[in-house]
Design a protein around this ligand. Structure first.
Ligand SMILES: Nc1ncnc2c1ncn2[C@@H]1O[C@H](COP(=O)(O)OP(=O)(O)OP(=O)(O)O)[C@@H](O)[C@H]1O
Length: 246
C-alpha cells in the first residue's frame, strides 16, 4: 500500500435484502485528488460514501482509508478515522438553534479540546472567510439561502482541516449559477489545502470542472473509473449517455 493512497475500495460488495447494491467494486484515489461519483438515482452512490466513513459496513471486501482497512473497525477506531474526514451531506445539517459561528465552533470545541476561545474564534473566522460568509457569523441557519447553507456546511466540514472531504450532492437544490460558485469554492479548497475529495453528484458540468477522477456506477458495478479523457473512450451505454448530457 502506497502512502499516497487516500481512499481505496478492494472488491467491495454491499447487499440489502435480496439486492446487490454494490458488487465487487475496486478503485483507489490518491491524496489530493477529487473523485466525482456519477450514476442514476438509487445505484449506490451515497452507500459508497457511507462505507467510506463506516456508517455502513461492507459485506465483502476492504474499505481502506490511508493504510487502514476500516471495514471491521469498532466505534473507537471509527471515531479516530473520522477525525481525518469532513462531511457535507445533502441537508448541510446545521443545528438550527445555533448561529452560523457557533455551528462551526462546535466541532472545534468538541474535537480540538486544547484550543483557547481566541483560537476557536480565529479558526471559525478563517473558515467563514474562505467560503465568503465572514459577514454572516451571527446569523441563524434559517436566515440563510440554500447556497449560503451549503457554504456554511462546507465551512463546518472544513473547520477541522480534514484530509478527506466527503460531499453528497453539492449542487442539489441550487440554481446553476450558485451551484457553479460552490464548484469554484471546492476547487479553491482543493488548491489551497490539497484536500482529497469524494463528491457524489448528478451535475456532470460541475464534475467536469472539478474532478480528477470520475466513477460511474450502474447495475451494482463500477462501469467506468478514470479521468474524463478515459471516459471519452468508454463505450458503456450509461457512460455515453452521461457524457452526452453536456
Ligand atoms: N439502510 C438501507 N437499507 C436498505 N436499503 C438501502 C439502505 N440504504 C440504501 N438502500 C438502498 O440502496 C440503494 C442505493 O441507495 P443510495 O442512497 O446509495 O443511492 P444513490 O445512488 O445515492 O441515489 P440518489 O442519486 O437518488 O441519491 C437504493 O435502492 C436504496 O433504496
Amino acid at each position: 500500500m502506497s502512502d499516497s493512497i487516500a481512499v481505496e475500495f478492494c472488491n467491495v460488495s454491499k447487499r440489502f435484502r435480496d439486492r446487490d447494491v454494490l458488487k465487487d467494486i475496486s478503485f483507489q484515489i490518491a491524496r489530493g485528488e477529487v473523485l466525482c461519483i456519477l450514476g442514476r438515482s438509487g445505484v449506490g452512490k451515497s452507500i459508497t460514501l457511507k462505507l467510506m466513513i463506516g456508517l455502513l459496513q461492507a459485506d465483502k471486501g476492504e474499505v481502506r482509508i490511508g493504510s487502514e482497512d476500516i471495514s471491521h473497525f469498532n466505534e473507537d477506531n471509527l471515531s479516530r478515522i473520522r477525525r481525518k474526514m469532513g462531511f457535507l451531506f445533502q441537508s448541510a445539517a446545521l443545528f438550527d438553534s445555533f448561529s452560523v459561528g457557533d455551528n462551526l465552533a462546535l466541532p472545534l470545541k468538541r474535537l480540538a479540546k486544547g484550543k483557547s476561545q481566541d483560537e476557536v474564534n480565529q479558526e471559525v473566522d478563517e473558515a467563514l472567510r474562505q467560503v465568503g460568509l465572514e459577514q454572516d457569523k451571527a446569523k441563524m441557519p434559517a436566515e440563510l439561502s440554500g447556497g449560503m447553507r451549503k457554504r456554511a456546511g462546507l465551512a463546518r466540514a472544513m473547520v477541522l482541516n480534514p484530509q478527506i472531504l466527503l460531499i453528497d450532492e453539492p449542487a442539489s437544490g441550487l440554481d446553476p449559477i450558485t451551484a457553479s460558485e460552490i464548484d469554484d469554492l471546492l476547487l479553491a479548497v482543493k488548491k489551497q489545502r490539497n484536500t482529497t475529495m469524494v463528491i457524489v453528484t448528478h451535475d456532470i458540468r460541475g464534475a467536469r470542472k472539478i474532478a480528477d477522477k470520475v466513477a460511474v456506477i450502474d447495475g451494482g458495478a463500477l462501469v467506468a473509473f478514470g479521468s474524463f479523457a478515459d471516459l471519452e473512450q468508454n463505450q458503456n451505454h450509461t457512460v455515453r449517455k452521461l457524457l452526452s448530457e453536456t
